[in-house]
Design a protein around this ligand. Structure first.
Ligand SMILES: Cc1cc2nc3c(=O)[nH]c(=O)nc-3n(C[C@H](O)[C@H](O)[C@H](O)COP(=O)(O)OP(=O)(O)OC[C@H]3O[C@@H](n4cnc5c(N)ncnc54)[C@H](O)[C@@H]3O)c2cc1C
Length: 432
């Protein structure tokens, strides 16, 4: 059997290895369009701070790893899928035919429609190549502007701030709005402020231009001819300020342009619609990772959950089904873990709560500690936590195992949510 896997990120690699474990003789081709060994984007912040070398981002460290597993790596970009003839076309004009196809092409950064957003010194932080460009652009004491304070924005902030003076502009009214409650966002923002980062929320960048020094004709000529090597003049919130580098962290979208005309269903979030066995609507075509739109564990609504743990779970499920082992996955679980200048914040499940649910919230502003629990019908359905790392996996466990919280323990937790470990032990034992 011929398995073609498009995309060699964590989802593609894990799927290829899982297929090989179950099918020693099948043919497996892993196609990726970046000229790098398969790597993890998650490691890029550590590369930028210098904590690891590029090789530290690689998903597998032995040079012969894929060769030894008889997994063929192909450098190429998929441009079309024909589900009728079961073939994938690559940008170089070649075609690959499949018996089973896995789409695991991840996502790509999106940029807002702002004048000057494509100038050379406006960089994304998504690929290893981006990381090289950022490292190259960040000279000591650089003035850096970051657009966006979402998940990726908050993850890379520390690495950027280590290189210079960082200003963050976010058009929403708070940082990480799709991941944290308003009180938790406010705490993270205050913490970043203390670390010297200027964060401007409810602010839009309206234009970016190559800055020119009025006093120097030479710099006028340079900025016109050197493809933007000078500073960038950025307009936002009625201000005009100059920066050495602008980093764009304004969100991502599934990288599935090659599916146009294929008939493979995509959802309102722009991802490939999959069921809980990771099948698409096309026969023998599966999808896994950031490019999918799958049912939410908590609500059942389809959504794109662009985080690595989900990519891995989806890849395992897809691979097992591709080798004929019928299995299904429990749906996308929201599990956000963020470390910003050492302050760890987490949110799990339906952290924003339910209309007819109950919640408890404890805020220690001075100590930068926060905990909020959300209940519905005798279950913990969501949690948000800042400034605490010990035992927070228990919160995830309570939610994800749908452990019933007894009325007595719910009452205890509404009085003192910090007792969640005791609650878990008591309720899990009762359930057992
Ligand atoms: C800076 C940064 C920090 C992050 N930190 C975290 C974190 O702390 N926790 C977390 O859970 N997640 C984090 N993420 C997100 C995480 O990296 C993704 O969820 C994960 O990479 C998804 O894996 P994937 O295999 O689905 O997609 P990807 O890793 O994006 O891999 C997809 C691969 O497919 C290739 N491809 C795309 N289109 C084509 C095509 N047409 N033909 C061939 N190949 C193609 C891509 O080039 C890529 O190599 C971070 C991401 C970034 C950028």
């Amino acid at each position: 059997m011929q398995h073609i896997i498009l995309g060699n990120g964590p989802a593609g690699v894990l799927a290829a290895e899982t297929i090989r474990r179950h099918r020693p003789l099948d043919s497996i081709v892993l196609v990726g369009d970046e000229p790098e060994p398969p790597y993890s984007r998650m490691a890029i912040p550590y590369l930028l701070t210098g904590n690891i070398a590029e090789s530290g981002t690689y998903l597998r460290h032995r040079a012969d790893h894929f060769k030894d597993l008889n997994i063929k790596l192909v450098l190429g970009r998929a441009t079309a899928v024909d589900t009728g003839s079961k073939a994938v076309r690559l940008a170089d004009g070649t075609s690959l035919t499949y018996d089973r196809l896995l789409l695991s092409t991840g996502s790509r950064p999106v940029r807002p429609p702002i004048a000057g957003i494509d100038l050379p010194r406006v960089l994304s932080c998504w690929t290893l190549e981006d990381a090289r460009s950022i490292a190259d652009a960040l000279k000591p004491d650089a003035r850096i502007l970051q657009l966006g304070a979402g998940f990726i924005g908050c993850i890379i902030m520390e690495a950027l701030a280590a290189k210079g003076k960082l200003t963050v502009v976010e058009m929403g009214d708070r940082v990480v709005p799709r991941m944290m409650t308003p009180a938790a966002s406010a705490m993270i923002e205050r913490w970043c402020g203390r670390k010297g980062v200027e964060i401007l929320t409810s602010t839009r960048v309206t234009a970016i231009d190559a800055a020119r020094s009025r006093s120097s004709w030479w710099s006028v000529i340079r900025s016109k001819t050197s493809n933007g090597n000078g500073r960038l003049k950025v307009s936002f919130g009625g201000l005009e300020r100059e920066f050495d580098t602008v980093i764009c962290a304004t969100g991502v979208k599934p990288a599935i342009d090659y599916l146009q005309g294929s008939g493979i269903e995509t959802g309102p979030g722009g991802g490939i619609v999959v069921d809980l066995s990771m099948r698409t609507n096309a026969p023998d075509v599966f999808a896994a990772g950031d490019c999918t739109e799958a049912a939410d564990f908590s609500t059942g609504a389809h959504f794109v959950n662009a985080i690595q743990p989900d990519a891995a779970d989806q890849a395992l499920t897809a691979a097992l089904n591709m080798v004929g082992q019928s299995t299904s996955w429990q749906g996308g679980f929201r599990m956000n873990v963020l470390a910003t200048f050492g302050l760890v914040s987490t949110s799990f499940g339906q952290w924003w709560g339910a209309d007819d649910g109950e919640h408890v919230e404890v805020i220690d502003e001075a100590g930068f500690k926060y905990l909020r629990l959300e209940f519905k019908d005798g279950y913990l359905i969501g949690a948000t936590c800042v400034g605490r790392t010990e035992h927070i996996g228990v919160l995830r466990g309570l939610i994800q195992t749908r452990t019933r919280v007894s009325p007595q323990w719910k009452a205890n937790l509404l009085l003192d949510p910090h007792r969640f470990v005791d609650a878990y032990l008591a309720c899990a034992q009762a359930a057992a």
